[in-house]
Write a protein that binds this ligand. Structure first.
Ligand SMILES: Nc1nc2c(ncn2[C@@H]2O[C@H](COP(=O)(O)OP(=O)(O)OP(=O)(O)O)[C@@H](O)[C@H]2O)c(=O)[nH]1
Length: 870
């Protein structure tokens, strides 16, 4: 603290007696008791102020003097001076004036200015204050400069704008004059309004009209605005916002007052113009939109290059309520396209298709004789399957007779008189549609009629189909081994249907045979060959193949599998093909015996692997040169099919609404979701079930397809309040949840008759008891053990309900029934048990089925009698 100033030191410094200084300090309001007390700089300043005041200066001025760079103080001191000596000795009063200049110490000193007594900190503070002041001044001038730049730019922009507006106005006037419109009246009106606002026209732009003047004014920014309420407001509003460009200000100004015009102006000018800016709209872009049978709002919006919401709005204005995902029909789409100022054209989706046709037409090669394709038709139980089986087992080289199938298969046999291909159509009424389609593929129909039964309804139907398809008929009078067989009766009965046997003078070959004993079967094959010769069946042997899908399914391991009949050319492994809405490259080909083959010629059925999806039975296939064309055609077809489906769905909805409104004349609707294991069954069920519609009830199949029942199927059923029919397929877990949540009617079938019977009874209003199957438990196969004693035993976990040994079971693979039968054994830890409950492990042996695999499900069911309801 040696650096600090005591009163004594200060007194010595200012050359004042200590007592006086103490007095002065006391007068200045600072009491000190001892001269050795420290005087702070504040106290010094206060004392200084006091002393100055006593000299007539304000304390403030003194205090202010602290911050300036230097302070000058004048002090005077009286002294007596003795001059001369002796008698001449005189005493003279002398006033010594002393000028003291206080300068803050520069650089590092000892911390105290020896003259002023100010500390170094104080000096530094003063220096900082000075620098701050300098910087403030600099900032201020920089801001002023920027503001001036801004103002200049805004002025320039406003000037440019004014010129543009004037030009636009001039053009508009010219156009208006040319069109002899009433523009002339409008200008004075605007002028009147302008004057009414108290805004004189700017003399700076005499060439422009008042409207232009008004516009320009808005663009010039606040600094250039003349008196007026709006202008004042703007000026006030943008005070202190000098950084805003004139256009920004104008935009903001309008945003407050008139949002609508601004929006339009911005739209037409891309947001760069002012609020009053108006330009003649540039020519709108008129798009040509291809619209098919139906289109979703989203797709349409995309084609129009608009937001989905804009199209929804446009539709709404037209009175059509549609969401973005909804589909609108062709007419509505055309209307909305035109409403939005574009042009609608009908979608021509046949581009790729015509390319395909041209492509196919290229390969017209040498034709050669081809084998006949035969379809066997006939009434139930007249022996179609037996006949096919007999031919297959005896005539197919590596004959491997399978069980009776319910879908169309195909195979070819080699007889001494040549190859014959058979389409395997099961004898069931439900397959009418397949038969009809089969007949189109078919060269010859073999009509099986049981000699002990006679002509039945389906016999007649088959005759009609063959006739409609202009396919010759050969009648196989079956079961002649039976004692009750009466072939002549058959021939006579057929006469009634204009089917005249050769021995009756007609043209139809009739062969008596027994599918059981094989008697007469060769005669039938001979008859077929003869008929084929008469028909002179020919086809291109080589070149790109075309043909038709007979059957299709989805195989978990192999993917989509299609059985196709080659009709022209040769289908080879590695070929690219379009198949209905699917496409792909032939990965593998298999014949009817499951043998891999390299290719198949005309009239030969073959299984194809490698397609992108499961085609429908009846779809045609065409081999093309490259994948691109295959893909294009398939996608175009898919789009077209989707459009058609959407139209149908929209139609259904309309009808449903009508029904609700009571305009459907009390006709009830039964909606069905039909899923089956193979495409043939789907087709057959669809055909048969929809045919059951009558005056009272209309049967709609809302969803149909191959494979297990999925969540989306169940959701569709829930939406349409439909009954779900699973034919040899099951619902997966998520679908079952939807079924349970919505209380849907889910029914499983394994016999087509039962489906038709149930629906028919519902349709005809017969309400009685019905036998229904109820699944009581499901066990999942975790592992399979094989033992010589028990055969294959499935190590299972019961995942639902209870599995009972006495109840029938089905084995499911990928939700599709692969076996139906009984349990051989049901065990818990080597113990035979009657039932096993949920979450319990067990060993299951299935009677007469050794092909159980891990991952399969074994469902246990019972048949119960329930009251039928509509
Ligand atoms: N005695 C005798 N029985 C025959 C003959 N052909 C078929 N059957 C029997 O007639 C019954 C029906 O024969 P299927 O071959 O299943 O008849 P289907 O026309 O294929 O019948 P669906 O497939 O149900 O339409 C079977 O019990 C056969 O054993 C035959 O030539 N002689």
């Amino acid at each position: 603290m040696s650096q600090q100033t005591t009163i004594r030191k200060l007194a010595a410094l200012v050359n004042t007696p200590v007592e006086k200084l103490l007095e002065q300090l006391a007068e200045a309001g600072m009491k000190f008791s001892s001269p050795d007390q420290v005087v702070t700089s504040t106290e010094k300043v206060k004392l200084l102020g006091f002393l100055r005041r006593t000299h007539g200066k304000s304390e403030k001025a003194v205090e202010d003097a602290v911050s300036p760079k230097k302070i000058t103080l004048n002090r005077s001191r009286k002294q007596e001076l003795t001059v001369g000596g002796g008698k001449n000795r005189q005493t003279v009063d002398v006033v010594v004036r002393k000028k003291v200049t206080l300068v803050p110490p520069s650089g590092k000193g000892d911390g105290i200015d020896p003259a002023s007594g100010l500390s170094r900190e104080e000096a530094e503070r003063a220096e900082i204050l000075r620098k701050l002041e300098e910087s403030r001044q600099r900032n201020l001038s920089e801001q002023q400069r920027l503001a001036e730049d801004d103002k200049r730019r805004a002025d320039e922009a406003a000037e440019r704008k004014r010129q543009e507006d004037a030009e636009a106005d001039r053009l508009r006037k010219e156009a208006a004059a040319a069109a002899a419109t009433v523009t002339g009246d409008a200008a004075p009106a605007v002028r009147r309004a302008t004057h009414g606002h108290g805004q004189p026209a700017k003399p700076a732009a005499p060439a422009r009209d008042d409207r232009a003047g008004q516009k320009a004014k808005a663009h010039r920014g606040s600094h250039a605005m003349v008196a007026g309420v709006e202008d004042d407001d703007s000026t006030a509003r943008f005070a202190g916002q000098l950084h805003l460009s004139a256009a920004d200000r104008a935009r903001r100004s309008t945003a407050r007052g008139r949002p609508k015009p601004r929006r339009n102006v911005e739209q037409s000018r891309g947001g760069s113009g002012g609020p009053h800016g108006f330009e003649r709209p540039t020519a709108p872009v008129v798009r040509e939109i291809a619209v098919g049978e139906a289109i979703t709002v989203a797709d349409l919006a995309q084609k129009l290059a608009l937001k989905g919401g804009d199209v929804v709005k446009a539709l709404f204005k037209m009175g059509v309520m549609a969401t973005i995902t909804q589909t609108i029909d062709h007419d509505t789409a055309v209307l909305v396209v035109e409403e939005l100022g574009h042009k609608a054209v009908r979608a021509d989706s046949d581009d790729a298709e015509s390319e395909l046709v041209a492509h196919v037409a290229e390969v017209q090669g040498e034709q050669a004789t081809r084998p006949p394709v035969v379809t066997i038709m006939g009434h139930v139980d007249h022996g179609k399957t037996s006949l096919l089986d007999y031919i297959r087992t005896t005539k197919v080289a590596t004959g491997e007779a399978g069980g009776i199938t319910q879908h169309i298969g195909a195979y070819h046999v080699e007889t001494p008189k040549g190859v014959i291909s058979f389409l395997d159509t099961p004898g069931h009424a439900a397959f009418t549609s397949m038969r009809a389609r089969g007949a189109k593929l078919t060269d010859i129909v073999v009509l099986v009629v049981a000699a002990d039964d006679g002509v039945m309804p389906q016999t007649v139907e088959a005759v009609q189909h063959a006739r409609a398809a202009k396919v010759p008929l050969i009648v196989a009078i079956n079961k002649i081994d039976k004692s009750t067989a009466d072939p002549n009766r058959i021939k006579n009965e057929l006469l009634e249907h204009q089917v005249v046997a050769e021995d009756f003078g007609g043209e139809t070959q009739m062969v008596e045979l027994s599918a059981k004993t094989g008697m007469g079967v060769d005669d039938l094959l001979d008859a077929i060959s003869l008929q084929a010769e008469v028909l002179e069946l020919r086809a291109v042997q080589d070149g790109r193949a075309t043909g038709t899908v007979i059957e299709s399914s989805l195989d978990k391991g192999r993917g989509p599998v299609a059985t196709v009949l080659v009709q022209q050319g040769r289908l080879n492994r590695g070929d690219y093909l379009v198949c209905g809405v699917q496409y792909g490259r032939v990965r593998a080909l298999f014949d009817e015996n499951g043998q891999a083959v390299d290719g198949a010629g005309p009239s030969i059925p073959v299984q194809v692997l490698g397609l992108s999806g499961v085609p429908d039975a009846g779809d045609d296939f065409v081999v093309v040169d490259d994948e691109r064309l295959a893909k294009d055609v398939a996608q175009q077809r898919e789009a077209k099919r989707r459009e058609t489906r959407l139209v149908q769905a929209a139609g259904n909805r309309m009808e449903d609404i009508m029904a609700q409104m009571g305009q459907a004349e009390q006709q009830l609707s039964l909606n069905l979701v039909v899923k089956a294991d193979v495409q043939g069954s789907v087709e057959a069920l669809k055909q048969a079930l929809t045919a059951l519609s009558n005056d009272q009830i209309r049967i709609n199949i809302i969803v149909s397809g191959v494979g297990g029942i999925t969540e989306s199927d169940a959701n569709a059923a829930a939406t349409a309040k439909a009954t779900i029919i699973g034919f040899n397929v099951r619902a997966d877990a998520s679908a079952r949840r939807v079924v349970e949540t919505n209380g849907l009617d889910l029914r499983y079938f394994s016999i087509i008759y039962d489906v038709i019977d149930q629906v028919k009874q519902v349709a005809s209003g017969i309400l009685g008891m019905e036998i229904r199957e109820e699944i009581i438990g499901i066990a999942e196969v975790r592992d399979v053990f094989r033992s010589s004693k028990f055969g294959a035993v499935a190590g299972c976990m019961v995942i639902e309900g209870v599995v009972k040994r006495s109840k029938p079971i089905r084995v499911l693979r990928d939700n599709t029934v692969v076996f139906e039968g009984e349990l051989e054994s049901l065990r818990r830890f080597k113990e035979n048990v009657d039932e096993v409950r949920v979450h319990t492990e067990c060993g299951i042996g299935v009677k007469a089925y050794n092909d159980v695999k891990a991952g399969d499900q074994i469902e246990c069911f019972e048949r119960i009698e329930v009251q039928r309801t509509l």
